[in-house]
Design a protein around this ligand. Structure first.
Ligand code: AMP
Ligand code: MG
Length: 305
């Protein structure tokens, strides 16, 4: 998954649980990686069609649901744009307006056909899938299942800074997760901390992956599917805290694209069933009400209800 991962387990079968977690991460990586030629997703991207089952079927359906719910802000067909900007090859470049316009003609989940019943997927012309915006959260959700089959007391997983906690902390206190400071260049400092037992804490930020163009501007890896350019809003980072890691991951990417106002509206419309920490460009933390008693920060914050 092209990132640093760490798994810690505590209890009687901690070692076995860690090894099983590693195997599960490798398994999902071989399925979902766009960078590996022999992954299932790469094969689908070459052939343009497949009958989906298991993980891929679940991921496709979740992705389409979030695509619909976010009016297209989360879109698994964004990959041709990711490639165009060089985020897949790491040969970064600022594409021309015409190239972007042409590529936008092929992207869009409305241009693929998918049948839930049979799992039959047919991509539109030259379309390619990228589950990079949901894969880490989905993996953390699957790891919960892995952990439940071992005799362990607790576990904490970090997949590129996205955290999943499981069970109890060895000393009985709640698990605490740090939210990375998007304004720190070292990538090491924390802007807030929250208590999160049996929850996924998933962050999307413009500081995670970016390059500086010849024009001196920075371009990051979260693409606005409606413009083809890196998403520009009032947000620098979005953290979603939820029991459902996959949904949290897709939503963190989508909310980053949508901006603060729409992200809050989506949260209200969905019955406030997850929590959020939105950090705006002015450095303010906007925290949903449910986190009121479980977070700490030295920064300026306001609570959203
Ligand atoms: P995340 O770190 O979860 O926000 O995911 C970012 C990754 O998802 C990028 O590196 C791309 O591979 C992919 N991606 C970028 N923009 C989008 C988007 N609008 N919808 C879905 N996936 C995206
Ligand atoms: Mg995401």
């Amino acid at each position: 998954m092209d990132t640093y991962m760490s798994v810690k387990c505590y209890g009687k079968e901690a070692e076995e649980a860690c090894m099983a977690a590693e195997r599960e991460i490798q398994r999902l990586d071989s399925l979902l990686s766009t960078g590996k030629e022999d992954s299932e997703v790469s094969k689908i991207n070459r052939t343009g069609s497949a009958v989906l089952s298991g993980d891929l079927k679940t991921l496709m359906e979740m992705s389409l649901e979030v695509w619909e719910k976010t009016s297209g802000a989360f879109d698994v067909t964004v990959y041709p744009l990711v490639e165009l900007w060089g985020f897949s090859s790491k040969e970064f470049r600022v594409p021309g307006k015409e190239e972007i316009k042409e590529t936008l003609k092929i992207t869009g989940s409305d241009k693929l056909s998918y049948d839930r019943e049979s799992g039959k997927l047919v991509l539109g012309d030259s379309q390619k899938l990228d589950f990079g915006g949901i894969a880490k959260g989905y993996t953390s959700m699957k790891l919960k299942e892995v952990f439940s089959s071992f005799d362990i007391d607790g576990a904490i997983v970090s997949l590129g800074g996205n955290v999943q906690t499981y069970g109890a902390k060895p000393d009985g206190s709640p698990w605490r997760c740090g939210i990375q400071d998007p304004f720190s260049s070292s990538g090491q400092s924390v802007i807030a901390a929250i208590e999160a037992d049996n929850l996924a804490v998933i962050t999307s930020g413009s500081y995670e992956r970016f390059f500086t163009g010849e024009d001196g501007k920075t371009y990051h890896h979260i693409i606005d599917p409606s413009t083809g350019y890196p998403a520009e809003s009032d947000l620098v980072s979005v953290t979603i805290i939820s029991k459902n890691g996959a949904e949290a991951d897709a939503l963190s990417t989508a909310c980053f694209v949508m901006g603060m106002e729409k992200a809050v509206k989506l949260w209200q419309d969905s019955g406030r069933k997850y929590e959020m920490i939105l950090i705006t460009k002015d450095g303010t933390l906007h925290i949903t009400g449910g986190l009121k008693d479980s977070f700490q920060t030295n920064s300026k914050f306001e609570i959203i209800y």
